[in-house]
Write a protein that binds this ligand. Structure first.
Ligand SMILES: [Zn+2]
Length: 356
């Protein structure tokens, strides 16, 4: 047998991903389609795919938020959710991603943009339709995380916390339990929006059996990760890379094997680190922290999960055996039902036995 090229190795390896955003996975092609569907082409700065691709080119955090808000504006009906969920599955088939845990922010649709008139029931119908079609056509498994937009819980500059977004999102997650919702998250910009006040929502989510998966340690330092662990019962940490700044914290992550959902290209684009050489992925891994690699908002950062594995090999110097070890972690830490997890792991292990 001739050895596979690195590209073939990464492409054919069965992959899982546990940190990727539904809205942030909207491609320029899907955006254009939705804008035409809703007669909202005026929201877009360009009316063709190359022009939109150029608009997607990341410049800074504010630009990122601008694009995100337009994406939210364009997702207006259950059919839109179905289309994007199906496209997510199609992309999984292209990249040989066997399992994806996708973060959706229902509050952004039902409350922040309430004028769209979307109910959570309508959103769930759309998501379920796309998810099932993706499973039937491509054999891929998708589960959802519903996350609270942390900044909307601090509506005024006075630092006063509004519990409504967390309560509302939990209610929505409970309604989605039979439709693939397995986790409860917290996203957004950390400075000025600490994790601790959200503990009421996370305590109930945990009781209800959801995985607790807050973002922490991305745009703020170790304190945010401590709060995610101590106050939000975090089963995994979204990002968590800045834990490296506190060795006692790294020790706790290692001892309790609390996984980090790391997104290297996103971290460079959002300037958490200036370049891959300064990124702590490898250090955290070598210190015994359970790491996974993910793509976050792939079209917005001009990346894919496949590309993130190339970053591990080419920027961080990982061997193929390491890539497989890290890839396996994502299946292990996922929130999918254990019977399916065992099946996915068996498939993964069989591939490794053939290819390493
Ligand atoms: Zn994220």
């Amino acid at each position: 047998m001739t050895e596979k090229s690195l590209g073939e190795f990464i492409q054919t390896m069965p992959k899982a991903e546990v940190h990727v955003h539904f809205e942030g996975s909207t491609t320029p092609a899907s955006m254009l389609e939705l804008a035409k569907r809703h007669n909202k082409l005026d929201l877009l700065p360009a009316q063709d795919i190359p022009g939109l691709q150029q608009w997607f080119q990341f410049s800074d955090f504010n630009h990122f938020i601008d694009v995100y808000i337009v994406i939210l504006e364009l997702i207006r009906t259950p059919q839109d959710f179905a289309l994007l969920a199906y496209r997510c599955g199609e992309d999984m088939a292209v990249q040989n991603i066997r399992y994806r845990e996708v973060t959706v922010t229902p509050f952004g649709h039902t409350d922040m943009q309430a004028e769209k008139g979307l109910t959570i029931e309508a959103i769930l119908v759309g998501l379920e339709d796309g998810r099932q079609r993706a499973k039937d056509e491509f054999g891929v498994e998708i589960r959802w995380v519903f996350d609270v937009p942390r900044n909307l819980s601090f509506p005024n500059d006075d630092g006063k916390y509004d519990p409504y977004p967390a309560e509302r999102t939990l209610e929505q997650a409970l309604l989605g339990r039979d439709y693939g919702v397995v986790g409860y998250g917290l996203g957004g910009y950390e400075p000025g929006a600490p994790a601790k006040p959200f503990s009421h929502g996370f305590a109930k989510a945990r009781e209800a059996g959801f995985l607790c998966v807050p973002h922490a340690g991305e745009t703020f330092g170790p304190q945010s990760v401590w709060e995610a662990i101590d106050d939000l019962y975090a089963d995994r940490i979204g990002h968590g890379v800045r834990s490296i700044e506190d060795l006692a914290l790294v020790e706790v992550l290692k001892e309790r094997q609390i996984p980090l959902e790391i997104n290297p290209t996103s971290n460079i684009c959002l300037k958490v680190y200036p370049d891959f050489a300064s990124h702590p992925f490898r250090q955290l891994d070598e210190m015994g922290v359970l790491v996974t690699v993910n793509s976050d908002d792939p079209p917005l950062f001009n990346t894919t999960l496949t590309q993130e594995y190339h970053v591990l090999a080419e920027e961080f110097g990982y061997s193929r055996a390491d890539l497989a070890r890290i890839a396996r972690n994502a299946f292990v830490v996922s929130g999918v039902e254990s019977e399916i997890k065992q099946k996915l792991l068996a498939e993964f292990d069989a591939w490794v036995a053939e290819n390493i």
